[in-house]
Design a protein around this ligand. Sequence first.
Ligand code: A3P
Length: 325
Amino acid sequence: SAPISSSNHKEFDELPKENFWDVADIFKWEGFWYGFHQIESIKAFQSHFQACDDDVILASFLKTGTTWLKALCVSIMGRQSSHHQQLGGDEEEEEKDLLVRNISHFYVPTLEVQVYEDASHPDLSGRGLGTPSPRLFHTHLPYNTLPDSIKNSKCKIGYITRNPKDTPVSFWHFFNKILRPGQDPFPFEKAFESFCNGVHVYGPFFDHILSYWTENLKMPHKILFIKYEDLKSNPMQQVKKLASFLGKPFEEGDEEEIEKVIWRCSFERLKNLDVNQNGAICKVPNSFLFRMGTVGDWKNHFTPEMSQRLDQIALMKLQNAGLDL
Ligand code: A3P
């Protein structure tokens, strides 16, 4: 049979097309940029995913703290899950389990990447933390592209975002490892330019954030908006907020338990687990997901002009919407 390529699909001829990092064509579809195969998977996700009212959907742009948020949610939800019970509520057993799995991406698959890849539509009824419900999923899609069933059900959405300067830096390091192994990095200036123009996978970054921010203002009970920097500076407060949102609130006096969740999901701990040093998920080595885990690395990459330019874009796009990042 003919290989699947964008040239077999007439509808792609109509879409705006650009090149991403001299590697792949990307298409502007529903206002955002994707590779051809991504669009096929997203369409499968849109038409087949049936949300349940007690699902939790995590959402994020790329490199904004997805892995961290996934781990925190697994840890918070896991406290009372039957997965926890199955392991006898035994913390040592749980620890062993976490050592052999990439906790974030095993328990919280990214729907359009891990579940609906190849435009397949698997049965998800048993998918959850060792129990059919509540199910935990993740997506990198902007709000408007989510399946209607997510928008129309009572399921909750937790969105994590990150400041507009560290995000492209993390993005650049990650895609260099994925797309150019053993080669010189793609020029940072060019990557910066495409980030500012919004012509990059899952871009424009600012429109992605705004898609969730706007809905969060309308439906704060449905959508939680978390900033990577707030999680860094005040993890105790943010984890409490996250747990309450997930319907698993901590009580007064639970500080030790919260500290445990924070430690379990800390960059230092997760990065050094054997599974994250040597394992892989969807052909991506887990180690690529843990680089520095800090705020402010952009200062080592940006010229003053670049910094000013992004400040201006952020001001125009976000501050007018009442958002400060
Ligand atoms: P850096 O490249 O700046 O280090 P994502 O999970 O969305 O792909 O985001 C990856 C970014 O989050 C990387 O940022 C990575 O190091 C950081 N990160 C991963 N796990 C983390 C954790 N547990 N705590 C804080 N940052 C984490």
